[in-house]
Write a protein that binds this ligand. Structure first.
Ligand SMILES: [Zn+2]
Length: 428
């Protein structure tokens, strides 16, 4: 009898939980049996056919592009056609991820887990902002908050400045401009925590002898959308007149060689849609104005991305021209890559100009910072991995990836200091 009494509420509870779970799942875009293919292409024609797929329909979604290959997610119903087209054009297609949804379900994103703030799972914007508030309250003498501006949907774009003393060179970190690249904000928050709490001498030196301006989640609208609706969302959330497709690739919207040399798309349905004009988007306009206002205080800029394990310096819009200090840019990137490689994980990073190492990409943050804000050490960093999990990097990678970032940035800044790039640009 007693068992029966207990059993009823248990059944009710289980069925309520099941309903809640299925409702939650239904609200989200699902990727059952979507696969990610790595396609090595042999020539420019093949490349353009592959990139065209992304604009063709929702059955194809561009995940990664490099100088010899693309990674593309393909819907189950388009797989046969896709494989036939690849073999027709003699391109080798290899499956990197068999079932995208299984990586999401495996908890590789961990977003739904209700845990306290830490780095064993990925967090929502709400949680990240609550954590930033805690940091601001705990370190009032050292940490100040700043508001970059508002997103298209009216959210605040928040940043924090960490400064232990006056007269420090400045380092700016833009993170999570691409919504689905969750490892970037997870790494940025871990990094903030290390700067404030580590007792390691090298980290203390790093923390106290630089001023840090960090925007952990820049594309706030896209980030929220990637949590509540579509884990694979990349762009912002602004609509385009005359199209049902939503969003602009904010990392193609900066006013630096905007839309030159095919480094972005004018199709609102493309993942690399550059927007109607340079700085057409409130997010990029606000961040560029914020950085312009403090540019004399910023010596180095990093834009955190994933994935592919590369450091990308200017220029993105051309591979025929290089910055005046390109040799120095390579030297500091080598310091980063060597430092990362020397850790126990043995992770390798490649480096070079965006156009040379990956592809032509115009209107990116790091190019704009270099060309228009006189920030001479300006890097896009593409974190782990090289495609095995892609954007769905399991949360067990957060701390290793963040440790690599800390080691890399420490070495890069030391090398930059040696080369004279951390001299103050303003009078004290
Ligand atoms: Zn990115």
């Amino acid at each position: 009898m007693k068992l029966w009494v207990c059993a009823v509420p248990l059944v009710v509870l289980l069925s309520a939980l099941a309903n809640a779970a299925s409702i939650g799942q239904d609200e989200r875009v699902r990727y059952d049996n979507y696969s990610v293919y790595k396609v090595k292409y042999a020539n420019a024609l093949q490349r353009s056919v592959l990139l065209q797929l992304d604009e063709e329909s929702n059955d194809f979604n561009l995940w990664h592009e490099a100088s010899d290959q693309v990674h593309v997610m393909v819907s189950p119903k388009a797989k046969l056609e896709f494989e036939a087209r690849m073999s027709q054009m003699n391109a080798s297609a290899e499956v990197l991820i068999e079932n995208v949804q299984s990586l999401i379900q495996d908890g590789s994103d961990g977003a739904l887990r209700d845990s306290s703030f830490g780095w064993t799972s990925y967090h929502t914007l709400e949680k990240i902002e609550a954590w930033l508030d805690e940091i601001l309250a705990s370190y009032p003498e050292i940490v100040t908050g700043f508001l970059v501006g508002q997103s298209y949907e009216g959210r605040d774009i928040r940043g924090i400045k960490i400064s232990y003393k006056s007269g420090n060179p400045g380092v700016f970190i833009e993170s999570n401009i691409h919504a689905r690249e969750w490892i970037t904000s997870a790494t940025a928050t871990w990094f903030i925590n290390e700067l404030l709490t580590s007792s390691d001498a090298a980290v203390r030196d790093l923390a106290e002898n630089h001023d840090w301006y960090i925007v952990p989640v820049f594309n706030v609208d896209g980030f929220v959308y990637s949590h509540v609706k579509d884990r694979m969302w990349r762009k912002s959330r602004s609509p385009s007149a005359g199209s049902t497709c939503i969003g602009v690739d904010l990392n193609r919207n900066y006013d630096s060689h905007w839309m030159e040399n095919g480094g972005a798309s004018d199709n609102p349905c493309a993942e690399t849609y550059a927007g109607l004009s340079a700085f057409s988007e409130p997010e990029t306009k606000a961040l560029s104005e914020y950085i312009s206002g403090i540019k004399d205080k910023v010596n180095v800029l990093f834009a955190f991305h994933s994935y592919s394990q590369v450091l990308l310096s200017p220029y993105g819009h051309t591979d025929e021209e290089f910055p005046d200090n390109y040799d120095d840019l390579l030297q500091v990137a080598k310091a980063y890559a060597d430092a990362v490689n020397s850790l126990q994980y043995g992770t390798t990073y490649r480096y070079g100009s965006s156009a040379e190492v990956l592809y032509i990409a115009s209107g990116c943050t790091n190019d704009w910072a270099y060309v228009k804000a006189d920030i001479e050490i300006s890097y896009t960093i593409e974190f782990r991995d090289t495609g095995h999990h892609g954007f769905l990097l399991p949360p067990t990678h957060i701390i290793p990836n963040a440790e690599e970032t800390l080691a890399g940035i420490t070495a890069l800044l030391a090398e930059s200091r040696e080369l004279g790039y951390l001299e103050l640009k303003y009078d004290l």
